[in-house]
Design a protein around this ligand. Structure first.
Ligand code: DAV
Length: 374
């Protein structure tokens, strides 16, 4: 096999090499300051924790393997992480929690920007060690690509100061929406925090969702770490649980992005897209009324698609409305069944990580709008 080359600047240029997650040993983590805010009050997961039922793990792995095989059949090289025994307790000088989470969603942890793959701090305590599942892949890329930059953001302490105490008192959805609109999230600004899946890469510009998992200091850290990039802060007031940008704001190809119609990008933040002739369209309605059992994510995983190139996209097979919309936009849509994998950490975009896409670091937003950059 050819030596690895690491490079990716966006989510839409031709995909050549990707990581596809695994469901093995995935746990439902015990409640902790950062996760309680995410689990909706009426969720079947409240109060539950421990390894997920083996049958569901096997079903998820079948779908993850099918996705990997589909990618390979399209000429995309695929690597897989090495799962750890995620049911081990996590203990540091600052905190302890009953278990880790898993390694189904590499997108949450690994941020690929050009020739660099950066492990994000992660703001959940249960995700502190998750990057270890990718360690041997990073070592391999390091050995095979002499220009690969193997990076790690500052490890967070995640002590009590990192979270707002009492953030989870039972409150209504309306109150949650008010908090989102006021940029009042569970994390404090005690230390830089971000998850990789809050960062949307569009060439020279990085759009970061300010939400439950990413704070302003995290974005400041990213701006200093990527001085040649422009880091913009975005937020989506209609989302009661704003975690990760990839079921909310999803670029499809240069000049076109789809936005969750329930989580609209605010007027002021749309200006940079308008000024550069980017079109923002509403994503199609999800085909399902509710997520599958024991799932953290919303029904909007419908728009969590994986783009293979400017004309080809993988979409969950039952998401008929999303398929129809992308088809009408001229995409060749490849359907793949994936709902059994959703509870393990998200959709098709979540479950993958970029190693190599063709293309360079383009400037898609030459007309900058004052006030959006962090
Ligand atoms: O809509 O629940 C899911 C994103 C998972 N990485 C949502 C966001």
């Amino acid at each position: 096999m050819e030596n690895t080359v690491v490079s990716s600047w966006n989510d839409f240029d031709p995909l050549k090499h990707a990581i596809v997650g695994r469901a093995d040993f995935t746990c439902i983590p015990p409640a902790e300051p950062a996760t309680e805010a995410k689990i909706p009050e009426d969720s079947d997961m409240r109060g539950m924790w421990g390894p997920r039922p083996q049958q569901t793990v096997e079903r998820a792995n079948v779908q993850l393997n099918t996705l990997a095989a589909l990618l390979e059949s399209r000429g995309v090289r695929v690597d897989r992480p090495q799962p750890l025994q995620w049911n081990q307790a996590v203990m540091t000088p600052d905190f302890s929690t009953g278990s880790s989470f898993g390694c189904m969603p590499p997108r949450d942890v690994l941020l690929t920007v050009g020739k660099e793959i950066l492990s994000a701090p992660m703001s959940f305590r249960c995700r502190f060690w998750e990057y270890l599942a990718y360690h041997s892949l990073m070592q391999k890329y390091f050995d095979e690509d002499t220009e690969f930059r193997w990076e790690q953001a500052p490890r967070p302490r995640l002590a009590d100061e990192a979270y707002k105490a009492g953030y989870f008192e039972e409150i209504t959805i309306e109150e949650r929406l008010e908090r989102t609109a006021n940029l009042d999230f569970v994390t404090t600004e005690h230390e830089p925090l971000f998850d990789a899946a809050d960062v949307l890469r569009i060439g020279k510009d990085l759009f970061c969702q300010h939400g439950l998992t990413t704070n302003r200091r995290g974005m400041q850290w990213l701006q200093r770490h990527y001085p040649a990039h422009r880091v913009h802060t975005v937020n989506f007031p209609g989302d009661p649980y704003p975690i990760h940008i990839d079921a909310t704001f999803v670029p499809l190809r240069p000049g076109l992005v789809m936005n969750n119609p329930n989580r609209k990008l605010p007027e002021k933040q749309r200006k940079i897209f308008e000024a550069n002739d980017w079109e923002i369209i509403d994503a199609a309605q999800p085909a399902h009324d509710s997520p599958p059992p024991l799932c953290y994510s919303s029904v909007w995983l419908s728009m969590n698609v994986l783009i293979l190139d400017h004309n080809t996209v993988i979409v969950e097979a039952s998401e008929v409305n999303q398929i129809e919309q992308l088809d009408a936009l001229g995409f060749n849509v490849l359907p793949v069944e994936f709902r059994d994998a959703y509870p393990f950490g998200g959709g098709l975009h979540c479950a993958t990580g970029d190693v190599l896409r063709e293309g360079n670091c383009e400037d898609y937003f030459p007309k900058q709008v004052p006030g959006t950059q962090i």
